[in-house]
Design a protein around this ligand. Structure first.
Ligand SMILES: Nc1ncnc2c1ncn2[C@@H]1O[C@H](COP(=O)(O)OP(=O)(O)OP(=O)(O)O)[C@@H](O)[C@H]1O
Length: 326
């Protein structure tokens, strides 16, 4: 999407819901868009699914621009994006198989082809034994699996997931996110997950954008944004406990941010030995993101420590250091 703007007219004033959103998601990757209520997530979903026309800017998949297609081409263009909703939005009077078949019926797919496709999709999402069950007989996680199978029925290039796990318990959330990643691997899908929950981003995404007041204010690979000292996403991905003190009498307080390779080194004992000093760990957070481990530590050194030399040593070892107190 390029320079996407959406302005709503409300009475006599304009509400800018999207204010120049530009984002390119590589094919086959899972990208999270995270934002608080009112950030513009729903508007973005509506513009991406072509339910709403952006005021300006464009949406493309591959080299096909979707936002400027004629009304006649709209249905075909929409099929390139499979949509997964917070609540699976299944038709209660239809069985699992009939729900998945629904988008195929809409485009007039022959019955035999539909039956084969539905059987394949149900297998793919692990629901082949539930083909004849009705939504009321399924758990929330199973219903969401049906929703995902239905979204895949028209062989989309992109899976757009709007708060796909917000209505699920933590264990089911993990199952569904793992399924989405497995489907990406298997089908080469490009996945966009719109969410307000950071754990969804941690679990499922390769890259992430922070949407705020209709703008993307930070964006990048998870491993890059987490390693940006002071970055909003970094602090949200690797938070320190709320009560961690920023200043303390007795000596300087430092925040250290480091990743996988460096995390293998014993950073704290390394400083203690090398500089013959005490190191007080005030707070810490360690996360596995993708294949790598990231750590965020807040430490305090004695007033007598050689601060400049310690910071130079840490920086030389690839550790980002922020001084909380001079
Ligand atoms: N149809 C509309 N008419 C006028 N203003 C709108 C309309 N839709 C959205 N807005 C405004 O655009 C801004 C973004 O809203 P949007 O619903 O996209 O945010 P959101 O991030 O999805 O929030 P939530 O998670 O609460 O749904 C808000 O200020 C909202 O009031």
């Amino acid at each position: 999407m390029t320079d996407l703007r959406k302005v709503y007219r409300q009475g006599d004033r304009d509400v800018v819901a999207l204010d120049g959103v530009t984002l390119s998601v590589p094919k086959g990757s899972v990208h999270g868009i995270i934002g608080h209520s009112g950030a513009g997530k729903s508007t973005l979903v509506r513009c991406l699914t072509l339910l709403d026309r952006p005021t300006s800017g464009s949406v493309s998949i591959g080299d096909k621009e979707l936002s400027s297609v004629s009304d006649a081409e709209l249905r075909g263009a929409r099929r390139r994006i499979g949509m997964v909703f917070q609540h699976a939005n299944l038709l209660d009077s239809r069985t699992t198989a009939q729900n998945v078949a629904f988008p195929l019926e809409l485009v007039g797919t022959p019955k035999r082809e539909t039956a084969k496709k539905v059987a394949d999709l149900l297998k793919l999402v692990g629901l082949d034994r539930f083909a004849d069950a009705y939504p009321s007989q399924l758990s929330g996680g199973q219903r969401q699996r049906v929703g995902i199978a239905r979204a895949l029925a028209t062989d989309p290039d992109v899976l757009l997931c709007d708060e796909p796990t917000s209505a699920l318990d933590p264990a089911t959330t993990e199952e569904i996110l793992d399924l989405i990643k497995a489907l990406r691997d298997r089908l080469g899908l490009t996945v966009l997950i719109i969410t307000h929950e950071m754990h969804v981003v941690k679990r499922a995404c390769d890259s992430v954008s922070l949407l705020e007041s209709g703008r993307i204010v930070e964006s990048g690979k998870l491993s890059d944004v987490v390693a940006t000292p002071g970055g909003r996403l970094s602090m949200a991905l690797l938070p320190l406990p709320g009560e961690a003190p920023e200043t303390l009498p007795g000596g300087p307080v430092l925040d250290l941010l480091y990743s996988g390779d460096t995390a293998a080194e014993p950073v704290i004992s390394g400083i203690a030995r090398r500089f013959d000093t005490d190191v007080n760990v005030l707070a810490g957070s360690v996360e596995h993101l993708g294949d790598a481990q990231f750590a965020h530590l807040r430490i305090q050194l004695p007033a007598s420590a050689d601060l400049a030399a310690i910071i130079a040593h840490l920086t030389a070892n690839g550790i980002a250091v922020t001084t909380k107190e001079a």
